[in-house]
Design a binder for this molecule. Structure first.
Ligand code: CP
Ligand code: NVA
Length: 301
């Protein structure tokens, strides 16, 4: 069973194959309407369940459109509307869904929910974000970097802000795609200990960003964080805002990324988000292309 659960759980050669497939398929349908079918239809006769226990715009729409472009059908399910949200076990849900659908994509809170779904499902399961990681996002980000600025291997990537789930998948990717990752944030918001050794730390963001090929940030308060933490986090992270002064320390052709949704003028200024180095909407588009390649890989289609 080929689940796509995390970047560090996927072989580097498979990750490279997924990125290459994404680029090839993206190019092959350039200029076509979004609703047009791909040349080949690897998901013809396939049914895909998209389960969301948290809100989503990009993940929901990009998976839905991607399945349809490949000839498949989707059903979008809210965790709270399912019996899953009312006491049915994840294991039973996984076994039941596997009788109806060919592929499951799940966005959830606890990583254990996703892992249990994968353990008991007899169809591939894809991680659409948990409290701990967001691998599909980082596959789209690698695709975006390489499309615009060439191989990411050996490049310097700097993360400014909260050491969260999106950072974790960047850390996994740093090892698998062989780039240098620097974390710049305050100690209370350091990444989890399991990621030690995958990145270096530079507390001063101005120093961290010197010579960077890519500068990345994310919201200061994630969906799994208590809203009561908002004010404290703003105080902790204010000095790590990505603004023009900070971007000016990076290489002139450095890219700026943010997975979105953003709180404009908190973690990054609108000047940077809408500026010449920003590729935030390319990233969003590439969710579609990267995930289509992930689904093909899972289904060997
Ligand atoms: N970046 C991302 O996963 O966005 P959504 O929460 O809108 O899916
Ligand atoms: N870190 C954010 C990413 C959203 C796509 C969150 O988990 O809310």
């Amino acid at each position: 069973m080929k689940h796509f659960l995390d970047i560090h759980k996927t072989d580097p050669a498979d990750l490279r194959h997924i990125i290459d497939t994404a680029l090839t398929v993206k190019k092959s349908r350039a200029g076509r309407p979004k609703g047009a079918l791909d040349d080949d239809l690897p998901l013809k006769d396939h049914m895909v369940a998209l389960i969301f226990e948290k809100p989503s715009t990009r993940t929901r729409v990009s998976f839905d459109v991607g399945v349809r472009q490949m000839g498949g059908q989707t059903m979008v399910l809210s965790g709270s509307d399912m019996q899953l949200g009312h006491g049915e076990t994840i294991a039973d849900t996984a076994r039941v869904l596997s009788r109806y659908v060919d592929l499951i994509m799940m966005r959830t809170f606890e990583e254990d929910t996703l892992l249990e779904m994968a353990e008991y499902a007899t169809v591939p399961v894809i991680n659409g974000l948990t409290d701990r990681t967001h691998p599909c996002q980082i596959m789209a980000d690698i695709l975006t970097f390489e499309e615009l600025n060439g191989p990411i291997k050996g490049k310097k990537v700097v993360w400014a802000g909260d050491g969260n789930n999106v950072f974790a998948s960047f850390a996994h990717a740093a090892k698998q795609f062989e780039f240098d990752l620097v974390f710049s944030g305050p100690p209370p918001l350091d990444p989890e200990a399991s990621l030690d050794g995958l990145y270096s730390i530079e507390r001063n963001p101005q120093t961290a960003v010197e010579g960077a090929d890519l500068v990345v940030t994310d919201t200061w308060v994630s969906m799994h964080d208590p809203q009561s933490a908002r004010e404290r986090r703003h105080n902790q992270l204010r000095g790590y805002q990505v603004n023009k002064t900070l971007m000016d320390q990076a290489k002139p052709n450095a890219l700026f990324m943010h997975c979105l949704p953003a709180h404009r003028d908190d973690e990054a200024t609108s000047e940077v988000m809408d500026g010449p180095n920003s590729v935030i909407f390319d990233e969003a588009e590439n969710r579609l292309h990267a995930q289509k390649a992930v689904m093909r890989w899972c289904l060997e289609a």
